[in-house]
Design a protein around this ligand. Structure first.
Ligand code: SF4
Length: 91
């Protein structure tokens, strides 16, 4: 399997790798219970909208640039979009 623009995928990724919506929801739930600083809901929605329009988003959930599940990482205040040349998330 090839990553975006012909790049090699990370060693941990395989073409058959898939994550279910239930697994994502469990991850989000764990994050919400963790006490880590989160972004406000409107900013979270803007971040997810940017991901949805990004060619680096794989399967609707995984960022090919960092390997994160965006439904989880976009909630974290300290996270930044890893898009080369400038993040796609709003400030
Ligand atoms: S590069 Fe940024 S906008 Fe694109 S999927 Fe990754 S986190 Fe989302």
């Amino acid at each position: 399997m090839s990553g975006p623009k012909g790049r090699r995928p990370c060693r941990g990724c395989r073409g058959e790798a898939e994550i279910t919506s239930e697994q994502i929801e469990r991850g989000v739930g764990a994050l919400l219970r963790s006490g880590r600083p989160l972004v406000p809901e409107p900013l979270y929605a803007q971040r997810l909208a940017a991901c949805a329009a990004c060619p680096s988003l794989l399967g609707g959930h995984t960022c090919a640039r960092c390997g994160c599940i965006v439904q989880i990482s976009a909630r974290l205040r300290e996270r930044r979009c890893p898009n080369p040349g400038g993040g796609r998330w709003p400030a």
